[in-house]
Design a protein around this ligand. Structure first.
Ligand SMILES: [Ca+2]
Length: 339
């Protein structure tokens, strides 16, 4: 019987194996149990999580492919070498210090280079944003990326300004339903990584960020629904991941109706507090811990839509990035790999 190295099928009726009269110990039972239940990894693969083989090219490619994070742990993405917890709290919201979120990017457009969306660095030539930030604009002329700058109108020695070269809007994005709200931007020249500018990690396709995980959104969005201007400085809010069904119920029962519907490729966060992602934060990332120590971060979601700003008990809706892992790999031709 070809049962070795495979999990013993529970439904197997031992009495049908002629070699053994014992109904609990079939022929090959012990051998099957002693054999490690993982195949040997191929030459171009490595083992992780004790039970899976991943391609060697998946090491340090920016995607979290192992549950224990061993494939990205010692690489560049998601870490914050210049971050230190501040003993001082800002009274009105949490102003971000340089180095706290070295992945966060601001998109600027028009002759006066005005802020219109957030984005996140995922590779040396790549940033990720929401498709609705790009919309029908297929030409990247006049779109700039502010990288490493925290205060929008101040000088920063960490700032790098890059031009957008090519837009890649998800082919199934719909502006009517805001489904598949994800886009990638290739920059005209490579981004220089340092302690204040570096890529975020990306969730692999079977990565799930558990409900209740404490995540962050950082952006220059409006800090209240009536404020006309975008925030002059990068702000952060912490939000917990909300269960999908609860989120759907909350949105369906909301006092405000929405033209959009929560889809299976969405993930929800926030809702319980007065803080929320808001207009102008669109395209920015929902940043969640990548490993249990919380030292590294991944872009679990992309700010997609919500019902107003900080409507009590209504979570915000994000594009679930893990669902697009293979699309990102294809578009960037594995260019999210960091040196
Ligand atoms: Ca990886």
């Amino acid at each position: 019987m070809e049962i070795f190295a495979l999990p013993w099928p529970k439904e197997l009726n031992c009495s049908s194996v002629p070699d053994s009269n014992d109904t609990t110990v079939c022929t090959g039972f012990n051998e099957a149990n002693e054999t490690p239940q993982i195949r040997d990894c191929d030459e171009d693969e490595v083992q992780c999580d004790t039970d899976r083989c991943i391609a060697k090219s998946y090491i340090c490619d920016g995607f979290q492919d192992c549950r224990d994070y061993s494939d990205e742990k010692f690489c560049l993405c998601g870490s914050r070498p210049a971050y230190y917890p501040s003993p001082l709290r800002v009274v009105n919201g949490d102003e971000v210090k340089p180095g706290t979120w070295p992945f966060v990017v601001e998109l600027l457009g028009g002759r006066r280079r005005v802020h219109f969306c957030g984005a996140v660095i995922i590779g040396q030539r790549w940033v990720m944003t929401a498709a609705h930030c790009i919309g029908p604009k297929r030409k990247s002329d006049g779109i700039y990326l502010n990288i490493g700058g925290i205060r929008r109108f101040a000088y920063s020695k960490y700032r790098q300004t890059k031009r957008a070269k090519v837009f890649y809007v998800h082919p199934d994005y719909s502006s009517m339903t805001v489904e598949n709200d994800i886009a990638l931007i290739e920059t005209s020249s490579p981004i220089q990584f340092n302690d204040y500018v570096r890529p975020v990690c990306l969730p692999g396709s079977d990565d799930e960020t558990p409900v209740g995980t404490r995540c962050y959104v950082a952006g220059w969005g409006k800090t209240g629904k009536n404020e006309a201007d975008f925030s002059p400085t990068l702000m952060e809010v912490s939000l917990n991941i909300v269960e999908w069904r609860k989120c759907k119920k909350d949105i369906d029962n909301a006092p405000i109706t929405t033209p959009f519907e929560l889809k299976s490729n969405n993930i929800c966060a926030g809702g319980g507090f007065s803080h929320d992602a808001c207009s102008g934060d669109s395209g920015g990332s929902l940043l969640c811990p990548s490993d249990p120590s919380g030292d590294t971060w991944k872009a679990t979601g992309i700010v997609s839509w919500g019902l107003g700003c900080a409507v009590p008990n209504i979570p915000g809706v994000y594009t679930q990035v893990s669902k697009y892992a293979s699309w990102i790999r294809n578009v960037t031709r594995n260019g999210v790999m960091v040196p």
